[in-house]
Design a binder for this molecule. Structure first.
Ligand code: NAD
Length: 419
């Protein structure tokens, strides 16, 4: 059924869903309705390149459900995007929003492109064309986009401007993760990495780990990875190794994170920062440390890597970094505390929710309020997950997935099936 989504990433999300549906004893005839996306839209985005030629990119938007409110989720620009991956990410967004009690269904979007290969003008053209193609299918109460891999505040500003030009008025609430100068919220850019760090603080308390004397390794040094690195560094955590798609660095004495962040702000990537502490990117996840933070892409922690990992906490900043086979290994390694993605990186969508609410009301909050409300919502998600994992005798991932799925299931049951 629904062959269009088939592939390793959707297969993984589907399997996780089925495990949770078994635990919740959801009847067989209600499962497909909960699993498969409500809508999947494929768009063709032609743009002019700077050399005068025309090039066409394929894009997708998948809206998993709208039972609790608008669909909500990021858009990624990446050469690896396919509809199965986008659909899987939309499912995870659904469970994440429901776990955090946010009034949203999950969505995700993507364009198959290497954004690093585009000039700024080409990136703007692609961003505007993608939103233009999706205008009939999105809206502040239908589907609200946000940044993800390869997109950022500037791309969100172009999305918002394109939608607003079509509407004939400024519609800031159509996207979140915009610059503060045009309706964004303070604290959104840092929200995901900050939330990741907050869950690490809570996990460290659970396992009696003194973070000020601990070490961390971070894969991915974009929005999420770099902010998490900065926040952990500020807590006194020694960052032993970091990587992005261009380079990996390892220094047992600890890397100078503020200096590296300044370097990346200027050069865009890690490559060229240093020749002394260069290391093999393939070994980064197995460096011995206390806190391991995958903050790049899906399915990087394989069965083989799971067997070799030497850490106390895995903080899944990225979506879907751990394969099903790796999860089976971790089931036999209870000494590792896993903060599952839908909990760990939920600070991003939580502050996106605050941005949407502020835009709808045209009333803006102080950063302190944003941070304290975010931590409150994340704490509830964290403690509910840990408690129910113990009660149900399941992994943190299954406990979090069950909590999210249960909320969506209850909403669909209460609303009934139309017609
Ligand atoms: P980004 O584009 O800002 O950064 C991605 C980083 O990963 C870059 O440093 C890139 O070089 C690196 N990378 C890509 N492939 C890699 C590889 N094979 N090995 C090592 N590094 C690699 O994206 P982001 O917004 O920081 O997103 C990172 C992850 O966090 C994604 O899984 C995304 O879905 C998830 N996430 C992001 C947000 C958000 O608010 N941006 C919210 C929730 C979850």
């Amino acid at each position: 059924m629904f062959d269009i989504y088939s592939g390793p990433v959707f297969g993984m999300a589907r399997q996780q869903f089925l495990q949770a549906a078994d635990i919740l004893e959801i009847p067989q005839d209600q499962r497909d309705r909960l699993l498969y996306p409500k809508r999947a839209i494929a768009v063709t985005c032609p743009i002019h390149r700077d050399d005068g030629s025309t090039v066409v990119y394929e894009g997708y938007r998948v809206q998993h459900h709208l039972s609790l409110g608008p669909a909500k989720g990021g858009v990624r620009f990446s050469p690896h995007v396919d509809i199965g991956e986008v659909a899987a990410l939309s499912l995870w967004m659904s469970w994440k929003c429901a776990l955090m009690n946010l009034p949203y269904g999950g969505a995700k979007g993507g364009v198959r492109v290497d954004p690093y290969s585009l000039s700024l003008k080409e990136l703007e053209a692609l961003s505007r064309r993608f939103m233009q193609e999706l205008i009939p299918f999105v809206g502040p109460h239908v589907d609200v986009m946000a940044p993800d891999i390869g997109t950022n505040e500037q791309v969100m500003a172009w999305f918002m401007d394109t939608y607003s030009n079509d509407a004939g008025q400024t519609v800031t609430e159509i996207v979140t993760g915009k610059p503060v100068s045009c309706g964004g919220t303070v604290g959104r850019r840092e929200a995901t990495g900050r939330g990741v760090t907050h869950t690490i603080v809570r996990a460290a308390e659970e396992i009696n780990l003194n973070l000020a004397q601990s070490t961390a390794v971070i894969q991915g040094f974009g929005n999420v990875g770099s902010v998490a690195a900065n926040e952990l560094h500020a807590l006194g955590v020694k960052i032993l190794a970091i990587s992005d798609h261009t380079a990996a660095y390892h220094d047992p004495k600890g890397l100078n994170i503020p200096e590296i962040i300044a370097y990346v702000a200027k050069h865009g990537v890690l490559k060229g920062y240093s020749t002394e502490c260069l290391t093999d990117p393939n070994t980064i996840l197995t460096i011995k440390c206390d806190v391991l933070v995958p903050a790049a892409v899906e399915r990087v922690i394989t069965e083989e890597i799971a067997n070799k990992i030497e850490c106390r906490i895995i903080a899944e900043a990225a979506n879907g970094p751990t394969t099903l086979e790796a999860d089976a290994v971790f089931a036999k390694r209870p000494e590792i505390f896993i903060i599952p993605d839908i909990l760990c990186n939920s600070g991003g969508v939580t502050v996106s929710y605050f941005e949407w609410v502020q835009d709808l009301q045209q009333f803006f909050w102080e950063e302190e309020e944003i941070i304290s409300r975010m931590k409150k919502i994340m704490d509830k998600g964290f403690y509910d997950t840990v408690k129910s994992a113990k009660e149900l005798k399941v992994s943190n991932r299954m406990a979090a997935t069950c909590a999210g799925l249960k909320r969506v299931h209850l909403a669909k049951q209460a609303r009934g099936l139309f017609p």
